[in-house]
Design a protein around this ligand. Sequence first.
Ligand code: NAP
Ligand code: MG
Length: 399
Amino acid sequence: MAKIQMKNAIAELDGDEMTRVLWAVIKEKLLTPYIDLKTEYYDLGLKARDDSDDAITYEAAEAIKRLGVGVKCATITSNAARMAEYNLKQLTPSPNGIIRSVLDGTVFRKPIQVKNVQPAVKSWKKPFIMGRHAYGDVYKNCEMYVDGPGKAELVFTGADGKEIRKTIMEMKGPGVLQGMHNTDKSIESFARCCFRYALDEKVDVWFATKDTISKTYDGRFKELFQKIFDAEFKADFEKAGLTYFYTLIDDAVARVMKSEGGILWACKNYDGDVMSDMVASASGSLSMMTSVLVSPDGKFEYEAAHGTVQRHYYRYLKGEKTSTNPVALIFAWTGALAKRAELDDTPELGAFAKKLEKATLDLIESGVMTGDLKALADPAPKEILNSWDFIDAIAAKLN
Ligand code: NAP
Ligand code: MG
């Protein structure tokens, strides 16, 4: 049978440890037998990043920008222990952080649902896509403890030297203070990423803040979201039969618990940090969660939400065939291939991506899965396979 041809390449970012091992198996067993795979390969393994002083990471990010589509394996973020383990020259920053800043992008997380792993919340029928603003607020704060009475003030000195001064509190005794910020530019980019990705996924957008209390700060988020929506997305949303809904964060949380899902929930930085972990764990398993980085001008990078599965890797190095779940990695590839197909107008490639996803989900729904899903599956699984046999079983279904 003739292999499926690709018009343009995908930026392929290889990674570390167990996910790097599975990456190669997925390509060998599930992709290259069917597709004449066109990728620009970047080795983002920790050693290669260290050797190149991270130049390779920046090159890869630029490649995603140029090609419009990337697929990334999980990578180690270096720390003191990794420095010794890999004999590194230096501590390098998180590659995901670098790529996110080059693309000015937002990360969306979406669970992969199967019938036999039910979400903890009974009403959830469709996945929630979580969009977290990744700039500013409490994550870039300035705080202090004061050990006695005094006047706390918020002061802004304009570039023209003009000063604005507000009293935060006349402190009667010791206490804590905090200053934080965000920028119109970052909030607007975030809004664009959310609306664009929702159109792509054909889902409604919910956005929530606490603007009744924080009238200026959170109020600005609400205002800018509405402004970007009205000016740039309203017509497309109407055409697609989709809506944008704004509410208070406490109301949003209550509604989410009763909703059936199928919504992109846009969250401010802190809300997204907390709520995406809640939604992720209530949806099933980290190993069944995909992640996509979307830039405001429509570049996409697909990856698994989980890390390099370090503990499994050490067992693998000792000769064990681990039962590590490759599903989120497979879906990173199918996401990237489907996006490439859409941009290049190559429906055959898009259809293959869908077929591979279906074969994977059908296999799990038939009761055959990896060990991580054992405790979650209802009914109990028929067969637990190691990663290699599981991938072979997907290939058998594909054929
Ligand atoms: P992790 O790799 O996500 O693994 C945490 C635990 O979750 C694993 O030990 C395993 O539990 C379970 N798990 C995760 N994915 C699984 C899968 N596909 N199949 C089966 N079980 C799975 O997180 P980590 O151990 O905190 O981090 C390891 C490395 O990954 C770190 O160096 C970190 O910097 C990096 N990391 C990278 C990314 C990224 O590139 N996007 C994201 C997060 C972390 P059991 O061991 O109990 O089976
Ligand atoms: Mg968190």
